[in-house]
Design a binder for this molecule. Structure first.
Ligand code: BTN
Length: 263
């Protein structure tokens, strides 16, 4: 059970999380957000949250698994009022907001490009941003956030055991999910406002400070080949700069499928 009142009691936001639609179970909060948008006029900052997401969508058409009553799975619906060329940066800002929220619990979370949430070299959360486009304009963005919170190691699919973790595993004590949701919403509303009027350099620098693989060897697929390069950082548009065979190549998140640390 998730208590929406507890989320609201910890909000410091103007719009984010002020309208919450809670479902005990749901196929996918992103999908529900898309369905709702098609039917109603939605207030920007509304969230859809569930205690058990049983058919979650991950990036690159993968599935996102979550455990009933233990994970955080929610989507924030926003009407973007920033310039659309900042869309890449928005995805980075969501990662920064989540890491800042998790750090409030004294857990040292970091980011893997473009926006995997990493603790102790293992993934504990991810972000899937989808959009509703009408007449060539983005009407709504759906920011889907999944975080492993109170799972034990044996609750992960066996294929994930060596690469996934939860906040509980890392901290050693159970964590109130409602608090993290409120912390994320507080951070995100603040950072998205900044995205409107601040130089993108601040976001880029903040992201780089939280990234766990700057100047490290990374393995990734590019042009249908697996390559090994050095991850140099990101540019002002939020694209990855990777040194490959002495040349810097610039890649956006549609071009790199998975970055893996490489010894
Ligand atoms: C990833 O593959 O790293 C992104 C995972 C995103 C999962 C979240 S959980 C809430 C929202 N609803 C979905 O169906 N997916 C996203």
């Amino acid at each position: 059970m998730l208590f929406t009142q507890l989320i609201k009691a910890n909000l410091k936001t103007k719009n984010f999380g002020r309208f919450i639609e809670y479902f005990q179970k749901l196929d996918s909060t992103n999908q529900e957000a898309i369905n709702i948008i098609n039917e109603y006029k939605i207030q920007s900052g509304s969230i859809i949250i569930t205690d058990f997401q049983y058919d979650g969508k991950g990036r690159n058409k993968k599935k996102w698994y979550s455990s009933s009553g233990k994970s955080i799975t929610f989507s924030i619906i926003i009407k973007p009022d920033f310039h659309l060329k900042k869309l890449n940066l928005l995805s980075l800002v969501v990662g920064i907001a989540i890491v800042n929220a998790i750090k409030k619990l004294n857990i040292n979370a970091t980011l893997k490009w473009p926006n995997d949430i990493i603790v102790n070299d293992k993934k504990c959360g991810g972000i899937l941003i989808e959009s509703k486009i009408s007449k060539d304009k983005i009407k709504y963005l759906i920011i889907g956030i999944g975080i492993n919170v109170n799972e034990n190691l044996n609750e992960f699919d066996s294929s994930l055991e060596s690469i996934a973790t939860s906040l509980y595993i890392e901290k050693g004590s159970p964590i109130q999910r409602e608090l993290i949701v409120a912390y994320i919403l507080n951070e995100l509303e603040k950072l998205i406002k900044k995205l409107n009027y601040e130089n993108s350099k601040n976001v880029v620098n903040e992201w780089k400070n939280l990234c766990c693989h700057i100047n490290q060897k990374v393995k990734f697929s590019y042009n249908k080949k697996t390559e090994i390069g050095i991850f140099m950082g990101i540019n002002d548009n939020g694209e990855a700069i990777i040194k490959l065979n002495k040349n810097d190549i610039i890649l956006n998140h549609t071009q790199i499928f998975d970055i893996m640390m490489h010894d």
